[in-house]
Design a protein around this ligand. Structure first.
Ligand SMILES: Cc1cc2nc3c(=O)[nH]c(=O)nc-3n(C[C@H](O)[C@H](O)[C@H](O)COP(=O)(O)O)c2cc1C
Length: 330
């Protein structure tokens, strides 16, 4: 029986928001955090090359984001170890390795989903990252790749990685086709197989197993949590972020009243002002908030006003206030 209490270990994978390239940047994470204090947030995937040799700062985050995991893309254990150490130094709470992304670019770098075929290497990488960072290291993976899609293959991969000290796996419950499908198609076309992930938990009860893929409601989360330790949601949270407002109550047993959508918006203003004063364009933050009023009368006008005006240089809070004036609160 899986406990419904908030785990005392930190961070907990009970409910998390998936790493999403170009979406779960620092601005998005700040916004999401306002609505749930227990949700584990993930960075976008950052490659070891970007961290070790890139010109930009790819590890930016705000202190308010905790708990937050840094997802790394790479395969060379030494590079991953260095990148994980950099993540620890910048205050991330967990390191996650991407073993699920099927894009060609990622395969050329020999990382992402194709690493499922190299369990021993992933194990070595996990150990190196743990030793170098001192942080928990988790792996986000698929249930298989190409023709390597038997349950035995998945177990063999998990066994090898577990042997090197990984005790938490987030499993996107569909396989990936490494050629023939785009990354976007690979998020929809291969069928979901939740039962396979449940079976994995039954066979590895000592591991923390979280499930991902196609989950849309908190009541679906509750169903999965009867079988598993955690759920990870991606696209649904991004499109309809206010779903987060009841996560703490419904999934973590907290009794604090959620903020209203307008209170969330109000709380974003000082943060946005401070970003604007550092030269960040309004749209870089506002684009993540388009779904805040989903389902309410005026939500479309809110989105339209922000989309049409948020990118104009010099746009400020007044654009958001005007956009919000179209929304009628429930
Ligand atoms: C725009 C976008 C970018 C993504 N980028 C990443 C990524 O950087 N790393 C990763 O592991 N998965 C990435 N994913 C996959 C998600 O983490 C998740 O596994 C997938 O969307 C399935 O979950 P969902 O059905 O709840 O969205 C991305 C998904 C989307 C939609």
């Amino acid at each position: 029986m899986i406990s419904t209490e908030t785990s005392s270990s930190y961070p907990t994978n009970r409910f998390s928001i998936a790493p999403m390239l170009d979406w779960t940047d620092q601005y998005c994470r700040y916004f999401h955090r306002l609505m749930s204090k227990n949700t584990l947030l993930y960075s976008e995937m950052v490659t070891t090359g970007a961290i070790l040799y890139g010109k930009g700062d790819y590890l930016q985050k705000d202190a308010a984001e905790h708990p937050v995991s840094l997802q790394l893309g790479g395969s060379a254990p030494l590079d991953l170890a260095q990148a994980a150490k950099a993540g620890a130094e910048r205050g991330f709470d967990e390191i996650n390795l991407n073993v699920g992304c099927p894009s060609d670019r990622v395969q050329n770098g020999r990382f992402g989903a194709c690493l499922m075929a190299e369990g021993a290497l992933v194990g070595d990488a996990v150990k190196a990252m743990k030793d170098a960072s001192g942080l928990p290291v988790t792996v986000k993976t698929r249930i298989g790749i190409d023709e390597l899609d038997s349950y035995e293959f998945l177990c063999d991969f998990v066994e090898k990685v577990k042997a090197q000290g990984c005790d938490t796996f987030i499993v996107h419950a569909r396989k990936a086709w490494l050629s023939g499908l785009s990354p976007k198609q690979n998020r929809d076309v291969p069928p979901l197989d939740y039962e396979r992930v449940y079976q994995l938990k039954r066979d590895f009860p000592e591991l923390t197993i979280a499930i991902n893929g196609g989950i849309k409601t908190l009541s679906d989360c509750e169903t999965h949590l009867q079988h598993l330790d955690g759920v990870m949601l991606g696209r649904e949270v991004y499109a309809n972020p206010y779903i987060l407002s009841t996560v703490d109550q419904q999934l973590f047993g907290c009794d604090k009243e959620p903020l209203t959508r307008f209170e969330v918006l109000e709380k974003m203003y000082p943060y946005i002002e401070s970003q604007l004063s550092q030269g960040v364009h309004l749209n870089r933050v506002a684009r993540h908030m388009l779904g805040l009023f989903q389902g309410l009368p005026g939500a479309r006008a809110w989105r339209r006003h922000l989309s049409e005006n948020g990118h104009i240089p010099g746009s400020g809070i007044e654009v958001m206030q005007k956009a919000a004036s179209f929304v009628i609160e429930d």
